[in-house]
Design a protein around this ligand. Structure first.
Ligand SMILES: Nc1ncnc2c1ncn2[C@@H]1O[C@H](COP(=O)(O)OP(=O)(O)OP(=O)(O)O)[C@@H](O)[C@H]1O
Ligand SMILES: [Mg+2]
Length: 284
């Protein structure tokens, strides 16, 4: 029996394993919550890294209990894990939307812990939240303008780049975002975040709430964005699909790193399948 939605061209070639990657794989595979040495070695020189991040919303309650993550230039990194694991909180902590109580966030060697979102956008970090990620009463074009309000002189040039990735947005630039479908809104949200030419894009569940066909489209777009040179950290509930397209993946559980390895390795790790991919993991 096949599972609808797991088919759809995402197995196309594209993630080729080179010897360097294999070495990095060997380094990260098998790292667990108690062994940070693999993270520390591999995160050296990373584009963006989070180290032992502790964060939460309510005084005295920790949601993240010391999370590590890194993304290197050009990488596509996935974060999966159960509901409430702290995946969104980790993205928000890296983007200055949740206070980091201890630990650090570093962008190209510069500590950015605690910097506000608008400063991070200027430094090349983009963020697309899961929900409420477009201005519904504004047109597509106006939404994209909001994306580069800190650098409005570059609108035409950046619009051209975004239109190259999402031609439908250019064709319908005068349409209000509120009248778009869920998938189309997701394109606008990603387009908006790309207007400031981020070097790294943080995406929180870009495929949530979409039909299987639209999910495929979103995953393909994320790959395209990554292939255009933007590093990506993507949180996904569609764990198996996410692992199929990402270079490396992290499994978060109860605010801690549970597993990390190359995406393809995680997808076939029996423990990960058993605990986090459920029956979907058994479908080939
Ligand atoms: N604004 C908030 N105020 C208080 N608690 C919050 C807030 N946002 C999230 N939490 C709590 O933090 C924990 C982790 O939430 P988070 O949204 O990071 O999980 P998640 O892994 O992204 O889950 P999901 O897969 O459901 O999106 C949950 O217990 C949640 O209730
Ligand atoms: Mg979430």
């Amino acid at each position: 029996m096949t599972t609808p939605g797991l088919q759809g061209g995402l197995d196309e070639p594209g993630i080729e394993v080179d010897p360097e990657a294999a070495a990095a794989d060997a380094q990260v595979r098998g790292s667990d919550t108690t062994d940070r040495s693999a993270h520390l070695a591999a995160a050296e020189g990373a584009l963006l890294r989070a180290d032992e991040v502790v964060a939460g919303y309510v005084p005295g309650v920790k949601i993240l209990n010391g999370c590590d993550l890194y993304v290197t230039d050009g990488e596509l990194v996935g974060i999966i894990g159960p509901n409430g694991a702290g995946k969104s909180t980790l993205l928000k902590a890296m983007f200055g939307l949740v206070t980091v109580r201890s630990g650090s966030v570093v962008l190209r060697g510069e500590t950015i812990t605690g910097l506000k979102a608008h400063s991070l956008v200027r430094k090349g970090v983009g963020f697309v939240p899961q929900t409420e990620n477009v201005f519904p009463s504004l047109t597509i074009e106006e939404n994209l303008q909001m994306g580069c309000y800190q650098s409005s002189g570059r609108f035409a040039e950046r619009f051209e780049f975004v239109a190259g990735l999402f031609p439908a947005l250019a064709d319908r630039r005068k349409q209000r975002a509120g009248s778009l479908s869920g998938g189309e809104r997701q394109m606008v949200a990603m387009g908006r975040a790309l207007m400031m030419e981020p070097s790294v894009l943080l995406l929180d569940e870009p495929s949530a709430g979409l039909s299987p066909a639209l999910q495929d489209d979103v995953f393909r777009r994320v790959r395209q964005i990554n292939q255009a040179g933007v590093s990506v950290v993507m949180v996904e509930q569609n764990a198996r699909r996410c692992l199929q397209i990402c270079d490396r993946g992290y499994v978060l559980d109860q605010g801690r790193n549970a597993y990390t390895a190359r995406g393809a390795e995680l997808a076939k790790d029996p423990k990960v399948i058993e605990l986090y991919l459920g029956t979907l993991g058994k479908v080939s």
